[in-house]
Design a protein around this ligand. Structure first.
Ligand SMILES: NC(=O)c1ccc[n+]([C@@H]2O[C@H](COP(=O)([O-])OP(=O)(O)OC[C@H]3O[C@@H](n4cnc5c(N)ncnc54)[C@H](O)[C@@H]3O)[C@@H](O)[C@H]2O)c1
Length: 312
């Protein structure tokens, strides 16, 4: 078996590469826009450094491949607001190029990384796949475009596809230093250094966090089950407040970090939780849970950063 992971040098992509070690030949197509070669250290793979917008490179990358995991994208909502045309090109045109070349090459199935962002700030919870999407950013709109293109290719019989709407993913190799970093890596990084942690708003907003190894396993499951088609939420179907998340991380790290509160960020959704019946119905079982995932992630950051001595 041979797989292609676009965006394979990124946080989630590198875990898909890891998941398939010893099971498949792995090829990665990545232009290192927000990913790093060191994310793939020690993992067997063939690396093609190119953009998904480079059709010749994509054509080469899909040759002889059975399954494609398409993750390469502009991943940040704020960046997409600042650069909507670039976002549209990377996420919509890029996905279309990958779909066209995959279909021509006779790839068996493509799994698209989509996002819960497509639900927008509809206050209804849990978010269920049949809800009317309310995308509020170029990022979310282009993820929805990708889903529709995937469904179009499947309906036309050109390529089997499945689209996974991830909720909040966390785990090893998530970048705490990027301008658009997510809460879990920032909190852990700061907690380990006993630095102040900032929570935006009152911290009572809730999220449905999922450990990255379960995201990688969900991708593999969808690829290897031809009957699983369409759009699926991927999350645990649970909820934790940002205050509880912060307290848990501080307890697990033994941190002395002070918690500060800042103004709520515009566009932040109050509650986000997934309906997970559809993906369960497709036979997916998770192997991790939130506390175990957090412990593993803290362990990773402990071994991969240099925490300072506690400030007294
Ligand atoms: N992290 C999350 O919580 C989350 C939630 C929902 C959806 N997603 C989606 O999952 C996917 C992976 O996200 P991630 O968190 O691992 O981000 P990431 O930035 O770590 O990974 C994205 C990868 O794509 C590569 N890339 C970007 N543009 C490219 C291009 N034009 N050509 C080739 N490679 C390109 C980057 O260099 C990077 O390695 C993305 O599609 C993202 O939208 C992530």
């Amino acid at each position: 078996m041979k797989i292609l992971v676009t965006g394979g040098a990124g946080f989630i992509g590198s875990h898909i590469v890891e998941h398939f070690q010893g099971q498949a030949e792995v090829r990665v197509l990545d232009n290192l826009r927000s990913g790093y070669k060191h994310n793939l250290a020690g993992l067997a793979h063939e690396f093609i450094e190119a953009s998904i917008l480079d059709r010749d490179a994509v054509r080469r990358a899909v040759q002889g491949v059975d399954y494609i995991f398409h993750l390469a994208a502009m991943i940040s909502v704020p960046e997409s607001m600042a650069k909507p045309v670039e976002c549209n090109e990377m996420n919509t045109t890029g996905t279309l190029i990958v779909l066209e070349e995959a279909a021509k090459a006779g790839v068996k199935k493509l799994v698209l990384s989509s996002s819960a962002a497509i639900y927008g700030d509809n206050p209804m919870v849990p978010k269920i796949e049949t809800m009317l999407p309310e995308p509020k950013s170029p990022y979310a709109i282009t993820k929805l475009d990708g889903e529709f293109y995937c469904q179009m290719f499947a309906h036309e019989g050109r390529l089997q596809t499945a689209c996974l709407r991830y909720f909040n993913v966390f785990g090893p190799r998530q970048d705490p230093g990027s301008q658009y970093a997510a809460a879990v890596p920032i909190f852990i990084h700061r907690a380990l250094k006993n630095e102040p942690i900032t929570i935006y708003g009152d911290g009572e907003q809730t999220r449905d966090f999922i450990f990255v190894k379960d995201i990688a396993a969900a991708n593999a499951h969808m690829a290897l089950h031809p009957e699983a088609a369409g759009v699926f939420n991927v999350a645990y179907g649970g909820k934790i407040t940002i205050n509880e998340l912060c307290q848990t991380i501080c307890r697990l790290t033994g941190s002395l970090s002070e918690v500060k509160y800042a103004a709520e960020r515009p566009g932040d959704v109050k509650h986000s939780m997934a309906a997970v019946e559809k993906i369960r119905g497709a036979g997916l079982k998770h192997h991790w849970n939130l506390p175990e995932g957090l412990k593993a992630t803290i362990e990773y950051f402990r071994n991969n950063s240099k925490p300072e001595q506690p400030k007294t």
